[in-house]
Design a protein. Sequence first.
Length: 257
Amino acid sequence: MVTYGRGVDEVFKAMADPTRRALLDELFRQDGQTLSELEARFEMTRFGVMKHLKVLEEAGLVVTRKEGREKRHLLNPVPIRLVHDRWVSKYAEPWAAGLSDLKRELEHTMEKVFEIYIKTTPERLWAAIVDPEARRVYNFGVEAKSTWEPGARIEMGSPTAGVAIGEGEVLEVDPPRKLVHTMTALWSDDVKAEGATRVTWDIEPVGDSCRLLVTHDQLREGANDELYGGWPMILSGLKTWLETGEHLTTPGSLMYT
């Protein structure tokens, strides 16, 4: 059985409230807003907004980041993807189109943050990130090959299709806790024109599980959403494989196989 980190029940509960859905809508419209910015858009007290944001954080739908004296609130679409993979795709395929619209609403900021909890060890999770064969299992059939040393080149491609998908350079390595690298997408002229971006993998042990935070930044304003739109499916596939040994079947999973 797949475990769902903070729990699907918490996600459903958080999204059942219209005010919390409205807060998510605000973050869809403009990600990274502060408490003051969100408070100004609602006819309620600052304390009331804080209470709703806390529920969204506890459900994993919102991740916060300190910038100086301010705390910014960032949308985390991974729990929504997990709900989709577990329930929506089986019972109501039209919902999938609606959920994919959420991805398009995330194109207004320079940084995308994705959080997921996986029942595994930091060492096993790290190996799944840097081992080419393991990467193929959950990354649409794409390998990522490198010596994983600072300054080393990364080559991303599909051995079965014989095509280059991306390339990058390792910037920082701290196994099994942190990996930072650049990424230049090559699968189409449109994404190639976006140039290099940066991906940071942060692994934090939490009890018998790990919190994985993937930050994809240095994106230009309004960047092509193909660059980051696949992360929820990739991370859902990673979680499913590490916890069950099964391959998650998603529309993108057969893309390059």
